[in-house]
Design a binder for this molecule. Structure first.
Ligand SMILES: Nc1ncnc2c1ncn2[C@@H]1O[C@H](COP(=O)(O)OP(=O)(O)OP(=O)(O)O)[C@@H](O)[C@H]1O
Ligand SMILES: [Mg+2]
Length: 444
């Protein structure tokens, strides 16, 4: 027997929903970063951000890229909450929401202007205006500006004159400027601070792109500018410092929904203050939340940083391990495992992955503690002493026995496919008794 049931379409209230979607957790930095994700997905290599204070409530924030731009069909789809699009393997987009939700988290009006053709300066424009939606309570976008009293039109059209690309503008900045909107001094200060904050945040989130080390970029670099000044990449691992310790990486094969994927774990111990080339660089590397709170995992999705610092519940923040940082990188095919949130500001490291990386994190933190103690001794003015020897092997065993033991263990590890584990054990042993490791020939 078949049963049929009547269905009733229940359309959401545009007025209510657009208003509540403003509060899904973006701050201004995350909101701008989400729009730059879109620029990258569209193949942009240059992104210019302007945060400009203007009198009479005309202040705006504009993000202009030189990506592929959007056709008529694409720009309409782009403005839809829950846009449909086929995503590529390394695509930074996921939900079809970012453009709208990120923008409305800061502004009452979002305007998108886009040009595709290199030979023809035809500009398509769409405008999502909360005041209009409140009035009509329908999911409508406008094909022209809802009012032409804007301060950004010149800059926008000038940008699109140069070639294909997309310009996204936020104005009526009720959230971004809040009460300072009507006060010149406070408004200007606020936008200056926003621009400064963006420099740091974008330099961190997109550092792999800015440095040309993102997968598939082959050394090509992204350029981002904020109010005309180039954003400098902030690589959390101080890879340019001679004393940075790059520990052995680990790769974990994971299959989700039948799709195999690799999670990469790359641990580093950063140099202690006294070992940095330059004290200013030590300060810069401390990061936005400073050394203690910037220790831990840097989680990258498709090479874009989504979470920085903290140990994802694996261990606590500790002064003694403040020099330990590790990259944990995964691809969008593992989104369901990591539960990336809409604002791309947070992931949850699942317990299976936590167990996989816990031993590596243990080894990393041990090494970081050594670095920390080394620095303490130097700054105390006491001379560095070798670590005290410990363990049964060190006393009385001849060097011949040790060499034979080392060869035997290496052969056994090779036979059982556990060479990587043995290497990790050797690294861990080196932290407790560097002398043994040296004597048996396991040079790290
Ligand atoms: N700067 C841009 N250049 C070209 N196309 C863009 C640009 N910004 C947005 N789009 C188009 O608009 C669509 C919707 O963007 P939106 O950010 O809302 O969703 P998404 O990027 O697909 O997913 P997510 O919600 O995860 O960001 C994109 O899929 C893309 O096709
Ligand atoms: Mg997006």
């Amino acid at each position: 027997m078949t049963t049929s049931s009547e269905t009733i379409e229940v359309t959401p209230s545009a007025r209510r929903l657009t208003s509540s979607l403003r509060d899904i957790g973006y701050d201004v930095n995350a909101a701008v970063a989400d729009l730059i994700d879109n620029s990258l997905s569209a193949g942009a290599r240059n992104v210019d951000v302007f945060a400009e204070y203007c009198v009479d409530g005309l202040s705006f924030l504009m993000i202009a890229d030189d990506g592929a731009g959007m056709s008529d069909r694409e720009i309409d789809e782009a403005m839809r909450f829950g846009s449909e699009r086929a995503y590529e393997d390394s695509d930074l987009g996921k939900y079809g929401l970012g453009l709208k939700t990120a923008s409305l988290s800061q502004a009452r009006r979002l305007t998108v202007a886009s040009r595709t053709a290199p030979s023809r300066a035809k500009v398509r424009l769409r405008c999502l205006d909360l005041d209009h939606i409140e009035q009509v309570d329908r999911w409508e976008v406008l094909a022209s500006l809802s009012d032409s009293n804007v301060a950004w039109a010149g800059a926008c059209y000038e940008h699109l004159q140069r070639g294909p690309g997309t310009v996204v503008v936020w104005d009526r900045l009720d959230r971004l400027l809040r009460n300072s909107m009507h006060n010149d001094g406070a408004g200007r200060r606020r936008l200056r601070n926003v621009a400064n904050g963006l420099h740091l945040h974008l330099g961190m989130v997109f550092h792999r792109f800015l440095e040309g080390i993102a997968d598939g970029w082959d050394g090509e670099r992204l350029t981002i500018s904020v109010n005309g000044t180039k954003v400098r990449p902030w690589n959390p691992f101080a890879i340019d410092q001679a004393e940075t310790v790059t520990m052995s990486p680990s790769r974990f094969e994971v299959t989700l929904g039948g799709v195999p994927s690799t999670i990469r774990f790359d641990p580093y111990v950063l140099p202690a203050r006294s070992l940095f080339d330059d004290p200013d660089e030590f300060e810069r590397l401390s990061g936005p939340r400073k050394w203690n709170r910037q220790q831990g995992l840097y989680i990258y999705r498709a090479d874009r940083l989504v979470q920085s610092g903290g140990w994802a519940g694996i261990r606590a923040i500790d002064e003694h391990t403040k020099l330990a940082r590790a990259a944990l990188s995964f691809g969008p095919e593992l989104d369901d495992l990591f539960r990336v949130n809409v604002a791309k500001m947070r992931v949850t490291v699942p317990s299976e992955i936590r167990s996989l990386v816990t031993p590596d994190i243990g080894a990393l933190c041990k090494r970081a503690q050594l670095m920390y103690r080394r620095d303490q001794r130097t700054s105390d003015g006491t001379t560095e002493q070798p670590e005290p020897r410990s363990g049964p092997v060190a006393t009385g065993a001849s060097s011949l026995d040790l060499a034979r033991l080392a060869t035997g263990l290496a052969a056994a590890a090779a036979a059982t496919g556990t060479t990587a584990e043995l290497r990790r054990m050797a690294e861990s042993l080196a932290l407790d008794d560097a002398d043994i490791v040296r004597r048996i020939g396991w040079v790290e």
